[in-house]
Design a protein around this ligand. Structure first.
Ligand code: DAU
Length: 357
């Protein structure tokens, strides 16, 4: 399937700033909470509703100090159509930004039904409710839908989707649904496909957060395979700024890649993390590789740049700044590291790998 070739990325009239309320699904997670923080600062009078099922990665503490008359928390899953309908009607929601998803590739290798349930059925549910009520839906997607991208190609929004992990497949399926609703029903939708985000409050299962906290605890950094996989490590603020622009000015049915266009190897990322923490060496341990591990992602971002977006951080700057945040915010991550749930995941994911290396 090929997607509508959004020849002009500009949309005539969408004014999210005047919507009676904005619904942010998954707003207690890493990227969603940063988006909410920024939106609240820019629109202090506009009600924002966060719908979050508060599974392991969503934490209301991520928005501590912001909850109040203009920022509401509704605890429900995006797969719960009745809850989504009620919230949209109660607050007069004019638009939805969908961050709610199961996002970790390794978790999708350990078990992936929950990924299909949340990412596919959940997005489908939002599309249905948005269609019934004439609400705009912005879908937060990922560069992983393009699959492995051999150099020197940079993925275009019109490239075929060839996802290679259950996580990426579920996000690709959701993208197909979003764009199909636009074609078939005329639903107002936009999609951003972003590179690897790093920054404050990322869950510790992700590579940078895991490496930084392991280094701070004197534990090895488990680098999969040869560690030469390439990722575009982008600062979460740059991603949120792009979503804000697309929400305002992205043509309906438009897909927009978001990334710096630069890549780092994971080995280099690990070195930068330890450099940021002032440690002499990266205590890297090469461990067995992730099955189906994509070697490289890389995005062409001409379309989002045409809306006026440019990143403020290079991948090096983003990694250094994110790693420093973990050094300065132990109170945020230490309880997660000590939790039974994280200990069980760490054991399952790393015990044999680290034992065998
Ligand atoms: O590219 C965007 C995607 O970035 C998002 O859609 C995903 O939700 C997000 O999880 C992330 O996916 P990755 O698989 O690239 O991120 P992760 O942090 O899991 O891994 C980054 C790289 O580091 C990847 O090449 C795998 C490697 N890695 C990861 C872990 C957790 C290791 O070498 N060791 C590890 O322990």
């Amino acid at each position: 399937m090929s997607f509508p070739p959004t020849t002009t990325p500009h949309a005539p009239a969408r004014q999210p700033d005047t919507w009676p309320a904005l619904l942010v699904t998954g707003g207690c997670g890493f990227i969603g909470s940063r988006f909410v923080e920024r939106w609240r600062a820019a629109h202090p009078a506009q009600p924002v509703v966060v719908l979050d099922s508060l599974t392991y990665a969503g934490r209301p503490e991520n928005l501590a100090g912001l909850w109040g008359p203009a920022l509401h928390l509704e605890v429900a899953s995006i797969t719960d159509a009745d809850a989504v309908r009620r919230v949209c009607d109660q607050y007069g929601v004019g638009g939805i930004v969908n961050f709610a998803a199961q996002t970790h590739v390794d978790q999708s290798i350990l078990g992936s039904l929950e990924f299909t349930h949340t990412n596919v059925l959940g997005t489908h549910t939002l599309l249905e409710v948005a269609r019934e009520r004439g609400i705009h839906l912005h879908q937060v997607s990922t560069d992983e839908v393009y699959g492995d991208v051999p150099a020197p190609h940079h993925s275009l929004e019109t490239d075929p989707l060839t996802p290679r992990s259950p996580y990426a497949a579920s996000k690709a399926a959701a993208d197909h649904l979003v764009l199909a609703y636009h074609q078939t029903h005329g639903s107002s939708v936009t999609v951003t496909r972003a590179a690897n985000n790093v920054g404050p409050r990322q869950h510790l299962e992700k590579a940078l957060a895991l490496f930084a906290t392991n280094a701070l605890l004197g534990l090895p950094l488990p680098l999969y395979g040869d560690g030469l996989q390439q990722r575009d490590y982008m600062h979460v603020d740059d991603h949120c700024a792009a979503i804000e622009l697309v929400l305002r000015g992205g043509a309906s049915g438009g897909v927009f890649n978001v990334g710096t266009g630069l890549e780092l190897s994971n080995r280099r990322m690990a070195q930068l993390v330890t450099q940021a923490l002032g440690l002499p060496d990266a205590p890297v341990r090469h461990v067995s590789d992730r099955p189906g591990h994509d070697r490289r992602y890389s995005l062409n971002t001409d379309r989002v740049q045409a809306l006026g977006w440019a990143p403020d951080f290079t991948p090096e700057q983003a990694v250094l700044s994110a790693a420093r945040w973990y050094a300065a915010n132990r109170a945020w991550w230490e309880p997660i590291r000590r939790s039974e749930a994280f200990a069980a995941y760490y054991e399952r994911q790393y015990a044999a790998r680290l034992g065998a290396s």
